[in-house]
Design a protein around this ligand. Structure first.
Ligand SMILES: CCCCCCCCCCCCC/C=C/C(=O)SCCNC(=O)CCNC(=O)[C@H](O)C(C)(C)COP(=O)(O)OP(=O)(O)OC[C@H]1O[C@@H](n2cnc3c(N)ncnc32)[C@H](O)[C@@H]1OP(=O)(O)O
Length: 258
């Protein structure tokens, strides 16, 4: 029996670990997209899943990008349909309410980096390398890379990385904002689960509001963004868990967030 391209398991503290294991490079073809979709469906049906960690079991690879073997064999209509499918899965990973964390050891290239950038945060081992080498194929990133990379690292660095097709090592990725935490080689999954467990102590509505308001900062003019932030914090104060958080502080105890 062939191993599933994607499997998932609970890691306690509301963390679900989704692991990709397809072929030699986790090329993002239908098996991985079907698996990621199924894992997200499972998480959507469970109220106890607060954080999703996405990792790879393939040595040396997080994911090497969209499946070139498939791409070379399809027509424009299929390319468009698959692109919509791939972007749809990544948009689900990016969307609140859950925090998603990409655990990257090895290579995250093309769609593999786009997958990692769709996550809320990225934890990388020192062996991780990142790149958007699509220009080598006569393409550009087509699953959010041209939109999410500049938001993370700025216009100039994004053009540099995409135009040179170069690989960015973990240390540089951390220094330019592409990666949030760097851990020892091979320890990205452990580091990402640890980060997910840290978040368990905090209010889920507040964490979800962090995602929504930060994303709004890129989509709204400042004055509208400030109004959106004000509305979100008011909502949390009146209908969220702020009363419990504020009371717990005054009573010098840990808050009991749901
Ligand atoms: C119905 C499905 C349709 C899918 C079509 C997708 C449409 C998508 C539309 C939207 C997206 C468009 C924008 C494009 C996004 C992309 O991601 S394009 C791909 C970007 N990635 C790359 O260019 C990386 C390509 N790989 C490499 O450069 C090298 O493999 C490596 C990563 C540097 C590793 O080199 P090395 O260590 O020498 O190992 P290899 O022998 O090269 O590779 C090991 C095996 O893995 C296979 N492989 C590697 N990458 C891919 C890939 N992206 N797709 C498919 N297969 C890949 C490689 O062929 C080897 O396989 P075997 O020969 O069978 O061992």
């Amino acid at each position: 029996m062939t191993e599933p391209a994607v499997r998932w398991e609970d890691a306690s503290a509301g963390v679900m670990v989704v692991t990709m294991a397809h072929g030699r490079a986790n090329a993002l073809g239908p098996p991985i997209l079907d698996g990621l979709s199924a894992a997200l469906d499972e998480a959507d049906q469970r109220d106890d899943v607060r954080t999703i960690v996405i990792a790879s079991a393939i040595p040396g690879f997080f994911a090497a990008g969209a499946d070139i073997k498939h791409m070379s064999a399809i027509d424009g209509a299929s390319f468009a349909a698959y692109g919509d499918r791939l972007r749809g899965v990544l948009d689900r990973i990016a969307a609140p309410p859950r925090i998603t964390i990409a655990a990257v050891d090895g290579l995250a290239l093309g769609g593999g980096l786009e997958l990692a950038m769709a996550a809320s945060m990225r934890v990388a081992g020192t062996d991780a390398k990142f790149g958007l080498p699509e220009v080598k194929l006569g393409l550009i990133p087509g699953a959010g890379g041209t939109q999410r990379l500049p938001r993370l690292v700025g216009r100039g660095r994004a053009i540099d990385i995409m135009a040179t097709a170069r690989q960015v090592r973990a240390g540089e990725a951390r220094s330019i904002g592409l990666v949030d935490r760097v851990v020892e080689a091979g320890q990205a999954l452990a580091g990402a689960v640890e980060l997910g467990k840290e978040l368990r102590a905090f209010s889920r509505p507040a964490l979800s509001a962090v995602l929504r308001t930060v994303d709004a900062a890129f989509d709204l003019p400042l004055d509208e963004g400030l109004r959106y932030e004000a509305a979100q914090v008011q909502e949390l104060f009146e209908h969220g868990e702020a009363k419990e958080g504020l009371t717990a502080f005054l009573e010098r105890r840990s808050p009991n967030f749901d």
